[in-house]
Design a protein around this ligand. Sequence first.
Ligand code: HEC
Length: 128
Amino acid sequence: MKLMKPLTTALLLGTVAVSITAQAADAKRGRVYYRMVCTVCHMEKLGGPISPNTKTKADWTAYLQTDKHAKGKDTVKHYFSKEYRASIKAKNQAAAKYAEVPDAELMEDVKAFVTGGAMDSDTPTSCD
Ligand code: HEC
């Protein structure tokens, strides 16, 4: 029984840590980044946006995990990287504003935005 207590405490703390991490994703910041960095280029290169509601939550999660952007020509991670933000920050306010955000954090924020607006979400979101 003496051993149970620390174990239970550890398990509880683990649960709290996981929920804090999950809440930490900032969908608002993700929306700003997605619209001002990702969408701006899609408008320019594809002639239109790629709206969150064009994919399901599972599609977006798989897409970000597979990390093959533009049919595998480059990676999605590249467009979340500090390096990429630095390269465009002179002419892109979102890249400048979020210049120092860790790459993985920014990706979680965008993931929260696109899955939150996915076609099977409660709030399907279009970019136009
Ligand atoms: C510098 C331009 C540029 C930026 C920045 C950019 N994309 Fe793209 N993206 C493209 C192009 C071009 C395509 C289409 C490629 C094709 O169809 O061959 C594309 C396609 C996509 C697609 C469709 C599937 C695929 O990969 O072909 C998704 C989803 C996507 N981008 C997500 C993102 C996300 C998320 C970001 C931001 C983190 C982002 N893109 C940033 C240029 C860009």
